[in-house]
Design a protein around this ligand. Structure first.
Ligand code: URA
Length: 236
């Protein structure tokens, strides 16, 4: 999709729109090798936009976003059934972003999106699985036996789960809430673990990946990771 050049530069975090307009007027911006004029547009995914000869956007810059995925969004770039996809929520970023791993349609919470394929592969590779914490709500009361069962390992159809950790257990009239920390990343793992011990999960939210926490980020919103956070992720 074509966008005004100043908008592309602002979304890439290079300058305010007004400042970017000055750069265009000064002849510092080019599109596919040709000096741009004020009012020009480009498609950040297809065109090569450069400032002072350095690329802007998808070709030059790596993006690392932490999104609070709402329920009802699919963790892909496009959905054959036409349902909302997580990349709908980061449309202003001028790059082709991919989710790092996935959350189910009905799971909400922390999802990383990036155009850094090497980091995405490392974070999702079974050998380097990082810790993830989920806030889980189930109907009924979590007994000590069930808790020990979930923590010690549950037999699923694709084998035993690795040891997990449960904390912050709260019990209300009809439901229990707890934090479940796992470091594997099997398909629907938390729901299947809970089902295997007789619980139906009524709410599931990922609140942490390694050292990254969701905190107070509103549903549907994202933030850029800081350079320090990116450097820590690369060292995991
Ligand atoms: N476990 C699940 O069951 N669903 C998710 O989306 C993530 C982990």
């Amino acid at each position: 999709m074509k966008e005004r050049l100043q908008k592309i530069m602002a979304a890439a975090g290079l300058a305010s729109r007004r400042e970017a307009e000055k750069w265009i007027a000064a002849g510092r911006v080019s599109v596919n090798g040709r000096i741009a004029s004020l009012g020009d547009s480009a498609d950040p995914e297809k065109d090569r936009v450069e400032v002072d000869g350095r690329p802007v956007g998808s070709e030059g810059r790596k993006y690392y976003l932490l999104l609070n995925k709402p329920i009802g969004y699919v963790s892909t770039r496009s959905d054959p059934e036409g349902r909302p996809v997580v990349t709908d929520l980061v449309k202003e970023i001028p790059a082709r972003l991919y989710p790092v791993g996935r959350l189910d349609l009905n799971t909400e919470g922390l999802l990383l999106l990036t155009n850094d394929g090497a980091l995405a592969n490392r974070l999702t590779h079974p050998r380097h699985q990082v810790e993830k914490t989920y806030l889980v709500r189930v109907r009924g009361t979590l007994s000590r036996e069930t808790r020990e069962h979930l923590e010690g390992g549950v037999l699923l159809e694709d084998g035993m789960t690795a040891p997990a950790r449960i904390d912050k257990v709260r019990t209300a009239a009809s439901h229990s809430w707890f934090h479940l920390t796992i470091h594997e990343g099997r398909n629907r793992q938390v729901r299947r673990m809970c089902e295997a011990v007789g619980f139906q999960v009524s709410r599931l939210k990922r609140i942490r990946i390694a050292f990254l926490e969701l905190d107070e980020l509103p549903s549907g919103k994202f933030r850029h990771l800081s350079p320090q956070e990116v450097a820590r992720l690369k060292k995991l």
